[in-house]
Design a protein. Sequence first.
Length: 296
Amino acid sequence: MFDKRNRWIINLIMGFAVLCFVGLAILPLVGLLRTSPTAANAPTSDLEAQARGYELVLEDEPDNQTALRNLLRIRQELGDVEGTIEPLEKLAELNPTQLEYTILLAQAKQHIGDLEGAAQVYRSVLATQPGNLYALDGLIALLIEQERPEAAVGLLQDTLRNANQANQIQPGSVDVTSVRLILGKVYAAGERYDEAIAVYEQAIQSDRQDFRPVLAKALVLQAQGKNNEAQPLFTTAASLAPAEYKDPINQLATGGAEELPPPLIEGPSQSPEQPPASSPSAPAAAPDQAPAATPE
């Protein structure tokens, strides 16, 4: 049985795939959590009146994306996660190449307990983009929530097995290191430490300049009480990491850090420029304005 300290360490490891989502592997989903300060402070009655106005517009113009986006934003500000699903479905349909709305739709469905619906949405993304890290991490989180760790492991192993072929067809479509990090966190969460470390070793061997698998391995060893083995890895990770992570990594090495800078441990969906985390406690968010490439 884990003590509180070890559980916290594993929770950090569970956040490792996060670095896949912070400009290191894929583009951020710009603007999805940005809401207007004025709108955010508006009385509920005013927001409900605005929502009704957009609903009336959509009765006559069901494909009006400005109205759909504003209705989505207002329902999110009202905390009406279920109410965000309909406009998200329409926006995803109207913008099939912009996956922001599709990922948010899956997260909203998961939030309201429609796990099968969320899984279908994630799988629809992965059917055409097997290396999409938002969809992959979201589906893995959903499988873990359903207590299906073997299904999660199988999905990730299949992704790695097919990565070379996918990357031959579309170079860079599957970030192998990032997928390994997600697989490692699943193993670590299940206390399958040897398998987690083996996956991190593979990632280290494939790219010796990437501090993420080095730090992940150090944390797993630390969780096992193997501090003498962990300390050199913390030192290496700190030397490889960007400047903003060096001090927190050094603090982790001594057990003195309770958290890392937001980009390191926040999920795909928690940074100001990314969608909310794939967890039942994180409601779907809506854009305050159209993404730049969205047609009116």
